[in-house]
Design a protein around this ligand. Structure first.
Ligand SMILES: [Zn+2]
Length: 232
């Protein structure tokens, strides 16, 4: 498939953000929640890009059918680059089977439209790996806000997950810095999520940690973008 950003002038890719507008020189994948689609509280702006999903924190049985339907309706929209964030969260009370079922539907939708899946995962990595083995998706599975330990990271990389890092890279002396520094080049993205951090700062810190100049880091990230967002 044609990669439409071949001659882009972007310097940064923010793979997951909740900011209303992208920062300068940034290709941002802004998250839109299913209930925002349903209530028309969103705005597809020209030259902006989105991901759409039902976050596990927002699962309400009463709205479920309508929300899943509207996600399907918008999934093929050319400005929707990814499905999600969707996922599994052990720290909320929502029934586990319901969470798993809804996540599964997002994974199926990502496969159907051939777009990557942006995943919110809290204390559910073994389950996530098991689900990936079961589904065997062709689409990329991107774990956003990533910060698990070295052992889990190794298993995730072995199972072709892509890890997205944000504010944690700017915190002092985090163990995840060493993990990030040694990841294979084709396994990561960078993001701002819902934090106050700016994507240029995340990129600068990421380059420092990986011992790359910023141009090379940007190339790496955009290579990953073309690979996972425009899979053949
Ligand atoms: Zn988020």
């Amino acid at each position: 498939m044609f990669f439409p950003f071949r001659n882009h002038t972007y310097r940064f890719l923010d793979v997951h953000t909740h900011r209303p507008n992208p920062a300068e020189k940034t290709l941002a994948v802004k998250n839109i929640f299913a209930h925002e689609l349903l209530n028309h509280k969103f705005d597809f702006k020209e030259n902006q890009y989105y991901s759409i999903g039902l976050h596990p924190w927002h699962i309400q049985e009463a709205d479920l059918k309508r929300e899943m339907k509207i996600l399907i309706d918008y999934a093929l929209h050319p400005q929707v680059l990814a499905i999600g964030e969707a996922g599994l969260d052990r720290c909320i009370n929502t029934d586990w089977r319901v969470q798993t079922n809804i996540f599964f539907k997002h994974a199926e939708l990502a496969e159907a439209v051939n777009k990557p899946l942006i995943i919110h995962c809290v204390r559910a990595y073994p389950e996530m790996i098991a689900l990936k083995k079961q589904i065997r998706p062709a689409s990329g599975w991107i774990l956003h806000g990533y910060q698990a330990n070295a052992n889990i990271t190794e298993q995730l990389v072995k199972n072709d997950f892509i890890l997205s890092f944000g504010e944690i890279l700017l915190k002092p002396k985090a163990a995840i810095h060493t993990i990030f520094a040694h990841l294979p080049a084709n396994t990561y993205f960078l993001e701002t999520d819902a934090t106050e951090q700016t994507i240029d700062r995340v990129f600068a810190r990421a380059a420092e940690l990986r011992n790359l100049n910023e141009d090379d880091l940007q190339k790496q990230v955009f290579n990953n973008f073309s690979k996972w967002f425009w899979a053949e």
